[in-house]
Design a protein. Structure first.
Length: 762
């Protein structure tokens, strides 16, 4: 009887919520159609080209409409997911975007708006103004379930009391099988995560938390929140999210669009230097040296070494007379110009004294050398030179190939790519550049053959070199002057457009001019920022930040002089030999202790039984670190299987098959020591690997532990833990990472004795 009554109440509540949600989708359709129509009209307003003014107007408004259409399309799934009833008797609905009805009444509150905050912060102990929080679960546009948390039953109306329904929304969310892509958690953000998400924009926030505590998910929601709360600042300068590798970026790539945000640059630490996409990684020895701050001095040394003077006097042969013979120009007289050693040294010191970048100072060196050569030429020809003659003589000399070659040999124009590639491939150059800064073992670790692919550890070296080399700027300066003139015109014009169109809320004149600066192709802020090494972002989020070396932090900090940063990671998971042992060690050189730390302590991913195994490993390798507490129990106890290496080809595929059957729609990952990935991947040919396009979508995947950083799988099979433990000085941390990728099941396959840190599985 009672059961029937509660069923009826549930149906009643579902019906009422469905009516509201259907109204919201109708409204979404209407605004989306309106934006699409406006966009279509913008496109129809003329063929490409047209007047400057027409092009500009079209670019600006079409970009805004396109953004709005993308935003409204991204929020279709789970448009409305929450409702709150407050003590004043009011009810609000919370969703991915804010919507108003035809009478301009707010019918859906954006989850990032201050009014939505109680939905995330209310707890039974501190409910704030809430009487009830309700989660709405939808499939497509249909409301399929509801969860209620009641904070004050006494204040609820009788009909509302009757319709109370639910089971904890968080648990329902956590039990879902893994799809291979991270999803947003906007409906179930927890209070401590909410504090991270809404922490102020200025300054640096470090989010330290164990595996599965929602650091990544909180950081991405923070990006969306900051773009909402500080749209003006951040849309112009952009938000940069740095992740560990391309696979990981694909894994998290859906979260921001599902929250209606696309204006974020997602990149890896290997791509921070525009034009280079480094994917290879260094051996631990090389990684440790490349990531060390002593490399600043080594790169400085490498640049200085390229500013040479000859050991004796400089001698250059020039052609003074040529004549035509059978239509071919032949040299009839040559002259040797000479500049004495001391003058060469003075020319170099003068150029160095301006402390400009190498390619800029080079002009000064070339100028001094040309003056000395021209004076010698005049002396030999016994021709007096006035200032005008001197200028002419220098220009004539610079046109001669022999002069250019000689001077370029002494002070070559250099790109960062050339400097670093030549440095690492030439033990002599390397030893000279390093001086006393590196020992013989470190030099040997750095050396590599010419033509080797760029590694992630090279990127900070390239960035450092770019700072020291600068660009040959005379042409660039002229272009900049012209651009500044055009930009002033654009700004004045943009101001006019704003006044006419009254769109001041969306963009300011500078942002409009910025858009237009891109040559009419309306690049987004994100696109322009990603191409420009000098771009200064409005906010930078670094995920898996414990893996960044001290050198990599220099590269990141150059992109954010305001130090408006979110640093997300776990120093207990550091796998890179050059990574962080503590946050202070990495950040204090830039932040001088001025950073705030938030700690996340609850693991939403790994069940308690598996986390106990991980905790044993952590205790052995980093006894000062606390493992997080799991929020739920598992379905199957973790286990260890001993399989002789010779039997692995038969046993592993069988195990993967049975795990796939266990997890149904979920995903299974085989995690291997770095050195054995190829061999083990070959044993499971149907599984994807990090290099295949379906790495995230395939039911089974074989990855190295390093590649699995930040990811998660329903079932994890760790192969050869004994080798993972010894593969690098951080092997223990690697094993900890591997174990904590599991959301439901863990199997460890060991070939020899079970390592003592896994004794719990014996
Ligand atoms: N509030 C939440 N509601 C629902 N799911 C959540 C919540 N917080 C975290 N999760 C889920 O927990 C899992 C772990 O989150 P996430 O990957 O962000 O953790 P992490 O701290 O970055 O982990 P790691 O350090 O291991 O990379 C994800 O599946 C995420 O969706």
């Amino acid at each position: 009887m009672e059961r029937r009554a509660s069923e009826t109440a549930r149906t009643e509540a579902l019906r009422a919520e469905q009516a509201h949600v259907s109204m919201l989708y109708d409204r979404l359709d209407t605004v989306r159609e309106r934006a699409e129509r406006a966009l279509g009209e913008e496109y129809a307003r003329g063929t490409p080209g047209g007047t400057h003014q027409a092009r500009f107007e079209r670019d600006v408004s079409s970009h805004e409409y396109a953004r709005r259409v993308t935003q409204l399309s991204g929020v279709e799934r789970g448009l409305c997911f929450g409702r709150v009833d407050d003590t004043g008797g009011d009810t609000y609905y919370i969703g991915r975007v804010g919507l108003r009805d035809a009478h301009d009444e707010l019918v859906l509150i954006d989850w990032r708006a201050p009014a939505a905050r109680p939905f995330y912060t209310a707890t039974p102990g501190d409910p704030g103004p809430l009487v009830r929080r309700r989660h709405l679960h939808t499939r497509g546009r249909t409301v399929v379930d509801l969860d209620d948390e009641v904070f004050d039953l006494a204040r609820m109306s009788e009909p509302d009391r009757r319709t109370l329904v639910g089971e904890a929304a968080l648990m329902a969310a956590l039990r879902r099988g893994r799809t291979g892509r991270m999803g947003d958690v906007v409906a179930t953000i927890q209070t401590e995560q909410d504090q991270v998400i809404r922490s102020g924009l200025p300054g640096a926030l470090v989010v330290q938390g164990g595996p599965g505590t929602g650091k990544t998910v909180a950081a991405l929601h923070r990006a969306a929140y900051l773009l909402y709360a500080h749209r003006e600042t951040l849309q112009r300068r952009g938000v940069l999210v740095v992740g560990p590798n391309a696979l990981y970026l694909r894994y998290i790539g859906h979260v921001l669009p599902s929250l209606g945000e696309t204006d974020v640059v997602l990149t890896t630490a290997g791509e921070l230097y525009p034009g280079v996409r480094a994917t290879a990684s260094d051996e631990p020895g090389a990684a440790a040296v490349k990531g060390d701050l002593r490399m600043v001095e080594v790169i400085k040394g490498a640049v200085r070494d390229r500013q040479r003077v000859p050991s004796g006097d400089l001698e250059v042969l020039i052609d003074v007379k040529t004549s035509l013979r059978d239509g071919v120009e032949v040299v009839v007289e040559r002259m040797a110009l000479r500049v004495d050693h001391a003058t060469c040294v003075r020319a170099r010191e003068r150029a160095r004294a301006v402390r400009g970048p190498h390619n800029v100072a080079r002009k000064l060196f070339v100028d001094s050398a040309l003056t000395a050569l021209a004076l010698d030429e005049a002396r030999q020809l016994d021709q007096p030179l006035d200032e005008e003659d001197l200028r002419y003589a220098k220009a004539a000399l610079w046109r001669m190939a022999s002069v250019r070659t000689a001077l370029n040999d002494l002070w070559p124009p250099l790109t960062p790519e050339r400097l670093v590639a030549e440095l690492l491939a030439d033990p002599g150059l390397l030893a000279s550049a390093a001086g006393s800064h590196l020992g013989p073992g470190e030099l040997a670790a750095l050396a590599r053959p010419a033509g080797a692919p760029w590694t992630t550890g090279d990127v900070p070296l390239l960035d450092e070199a770019a700072e020291l080399l600068g660009e040959d700027s005379s042409a660039a300066r002229a272009a900049e002057r012209a651009a500044r003139r055009a930009r002033r015109d654009d700004e004045l014009y943009a101001q006019g457009v704003l006044e006419i169109a009254d769109v001041t809320e969306m963009l300011d004149a500078r942002a409009l001019a910025d858009r237009h600066d891109s040559g009419g192709t309306a690049l987004t802020t994100a696109e322009r920022a990603a191409r420009d090494r000098h771009w200064v972002y409005g906010h930078v989020i670094v995920d898996e930040a414990q893996e960044l070396s001290a050198m990599a932090w220099r590269t990141v900090m150059r992109r954010i002089p305001t130090r408006s940063l979110t640093v997300v990671g776990d120093v207990a998971q550091t796998g890179s030999a050059a990574g962080a042992r503590s946050w202070g060690e990495m950040l204090d050189p830039y932040l001088k202790g001025r950073w705030r730390e938030a700690r996340l302590l609850v693991n939403y991913r790994t069940p308690a039984e598996i986390m106990e195994v991980a905790a044993d490993v952590l205790k052995a390798v980093a006894p000062d670190q606390e493992p997080p507490t799991s929020v739920r129990d598992g379905e199957a106890p973790p286990r260890a299987l001993r399989v002789r290496r010779a039997d692995l080809p038969r046993a592993l595929p069988e195990l993967v098959m049975s795990e796939l059957a266990e997890v149904g729609e979920g995903r299974t990952a085989v995690l291997t020591p770095d050195a054995r990935h190829r061999e083990i991947a070959a044993l499971v040919p149907d599984a994807a690997s990090a290099l295949t396009a379906d790495a995230l979508d395939s039911p089974a995947v074989v990855l190295t532990v390093t590649q699995s950083k930040g990811l998660e799988f329903d079932s994890v099979v760790v192969v050869a833990p004994e080798e993972i433990l010894t593969q690098s000085p951080k092997g223990g941390q690697d094993l900890y990472v591997a174990i904590t990728r599991a959301t439901r099941r863990l199997t460890v396959i060991h070939e020899g004795e079970l390592p003592s840190v896994l004794a719990r599985l014996a």
